[in-house]
Design a protein around this ligand. Sequence first.
Ligand code: HEC
Length: 284
Amino acid sequence: MSSRTASIGITLAVALGGCAGNGDGLDQNGRPIDGDGNGTPLTADFQSIQDHVFTPICAACHAGAAAPLGLRLDEGASFAMLVNAPSVEVAALARVTPGNPDASYLIAKLEGTAAVGERMPLGGPALPQSDIDIIREWIRAGAQPTAAAAASAKPVVLNAVTPLPDEVVAPGDLVLLVSASGELDTSLLTGNAVTLIRSGGDGRFDDGNDIAIDTLAVEVRSLAPTVFAVHVPGAQVAIDHYRLVVAGSGPAPLADRDARVIDGDADGRAGGDFQLEFDVEAQP
Ligand code: HEC
């Protein structure tokens, strides 16, 4: 047993020594980037970019409800926040445009060529160009998610990306971003399956005065796994308590590409509604 441990130690030392020697692959503290701790180099795969860049370097700031410009790069949120999602600073550009790194604001921010704001990571040394080139390669190849999620036999569950449950958001146009753990039958993403209500001012639902918001537009941002955005025009958005419901039960349940009903309430079995409650409040 001790000889096995020793040989692993030597392998690691050689691999890390190679990185440090040419100055590439260092994190903001000057340590070799090895976010998943297993000595693998950064590759043009989304999970690898998450483990080597987003989690160890970016999520220090870009996480949770207070993430700068709403951009969360923590695991689970980052894909939906980037791919086909408009940049806040330069709204004409998506943060990541699949197939086109030069039209991806993420790359402009990493290379320091963005029209607005600072080079990322803010306050830390820039990523080596060799690492940025690997992220460019992931985008050029179509900005695919990591394959692992797709093969799962479990029914698809949904996750609120933004707002988070019970988050307070400002009035104005709303974009509610939801990601799925697999590929949905997006033809079912209609007003039958997706509804938004507000409480009628009393903060309570199902007491007779709820108000349905009926001008929702659903935009599919990524297919496998599916990420969709529900757009609500600001004119429909009053100060109130809101509930988004995506049906996994009733007459029009949402289903995956293989016609299996989603596990909306995430209890491990197909069926049940996905619900997300949040508040719209005037902000100081
Ligand atoms: C120390 C905190 C901090 C760190 C670390 C950080 N950022 Fe940022 N990021 C910000 C702030 C603040 C802004 C807005 C101001 C600006 O752009 O300079 C921002 C803006 C952005 C934007 C623009 C978003 C938009 O919608 O316009 C992108 C893209 C971005 N960051 C990516 C990253 C990436 C990728 C990393 C990691 C390599 C990273 N950031 C690390 C604080 C940080």
